[in-house]
Ligand binder design. Structure first.
Ligand SMILES: Nc1ncnc2c1ncn2[C@@H]1O[C@H](COP(=O)(O)OP(=O)(O)OP(=O)(O)O)[C@@H](O)[C@H]1O
Length: 230
C-alpha cells in the first residue's frame, strides 16, 4: 500500500498542496480528479520524491520513504508515468524497453509481458519513439514502467490528448493490470468515466485540498461532477 499522509508541498515558498491524505491499495485503483492547476501533478511529484514535501509522510509498503530519493522509491516498487508520455525519442521502441530491462534477471520475460499487454507496440519495435503517436508513446511509457515490476504504478493523466480509440485501449489495459491482483494504481485522470470505471476509490482535489472522496463506479459520477462544479 502507498499512503500519503497530510502532504504539504509546492514550489519554493508557494505551497500548492495543503495537507492531502490518500491511500493506494496493493491491488486496485485509487483515482484523483480535479481541474487543471488543482495540484494533482504536484502531489504525484511529492509521492515519487521529485519534489520535497514541506510536511507530511509518504509510506510505501509500511516503510516511511519520505526522505528517500526517487531511485530508492523505485527500487521499493514505485513507478511513475508522468504526463506527456516521456521516452527517449531518439531510441527505438525496442531500445526504450531494453534500457529499462537491462540488468534485470527477468528482463526478456518482462519485455515480453509488457508487449503482451500492448500488442500494438510489437509492430513498432524498430520505430524511433519520437515518431510514435501520442497514444503509442503513452503505451510505451506504461510498458517501460511495468518492466520495473512495480507494486504501485502512478499514472498522470494517461488519456490526455489521446484519440478515443487509444483511450479505450489504455482503459482496457489498466483494468487488465489491476485484475491480476498484485498491482495498486494511483490514477490521476480528468476523464471521469474512465477514472470511476476503473477505481475502487476516488478523491477530488481542488486548490490543493481534497474536497470529496468516495467509492468508484459510475454511480459516483454525479458526486464527482458536483465536487468539481462541472
Ligand atoms: N515547476 C513549478 N514551479 C512553480 N509553480 C508550479 C510548477 N509546476 C506547477 N506549478 C503551479 O502549481 C499549481 C498546481 O499545478 P499542478 O501541475 O500540480 O496541477 P494539476 O492539477 O496537475 O494540473 P494539470 O491538470 O494542468 O496538470 C499551479 O498553480 C501551477 O501553476
Amino acid at each position: 500500500m502507498l499512503e500519503l499522509i497530510d502532504i504539504r508541498a509546492g514550489y519554493g515558498r508557494t505551497e500548492v498542496v495543503h495537507g492531502v491524505s490518500l491511500r493506494v491499495p496493493d491491488s486496485g485503483v485509487a483515482a484523483v480528479m480535479g481541474h487543471n492547476g488543482a495540484g494533482k501533478t504536484t502531489l504525484l511529484r511529492a509521492a515519487v520524491g521529485l519534489i520535497k514535501v514541506n510536511s507530511g509522510r509518504i509510506v510505501l509498503g509500511g516503510e516511511d520513504v519520505t526522505g528517500l530519493r526517487p531511485s530508492a522509491r523505485v527500487a521499493r516498487g514505485l513507478a511513475y508515468v508522468p504526463q506527456g508520455q516521456q521516452s527517449f525519442g531518439q531510441l527505438t521502441t525496442a531500445e526504450n524497453l531494453q534500457v529499462v530491462a537491462d540488468g534485470r534477471k527477468r528482463g526478456k520475460a518482462l519485455i515480453a509481458e509488457a508487449l503482451d499487454l500492448f500488442p500494438a507496440l510489437t509492430t513498432l519495435l524498430d520505430r524511433r519513439a519520437g515518431l510514435l503517436s501520442g497514444g503509442q508513446r503513452q503505451q510505451l511509457a506504461i510498458a517501460r514502467a511495468l518492466i520495473t515490476e512495480p507494486k504501485i504504478l502512478i499514472l498522470d493523466e494517461p488519456t490526455e490528448g489521446i484519440q478515443p480509440n487509444v483511450v479505450a485501449e489504455i482503459e482496457r489495459t489498466v483494468m487488465e493490470l489491476t485484475a491480476r491482483g498484485d498491482l495498486g494504481v494511483l490514477l490521476v485522470e480528468q476523464h471521469i468515466g474512465f477514472a470511476l470505471q476503473s477505481a475502487q476509490h476516488y478523491s477530488v482535489l481542488a486548490s490543493g485540498h481534497v474536497t470529496s472522496t468516495g467509492s468508484g463506479g459510475a454511480e459516483s459520477a454525479a458526486a464527482v461532477r458536483d465536487a468539481m462544479a462541472i
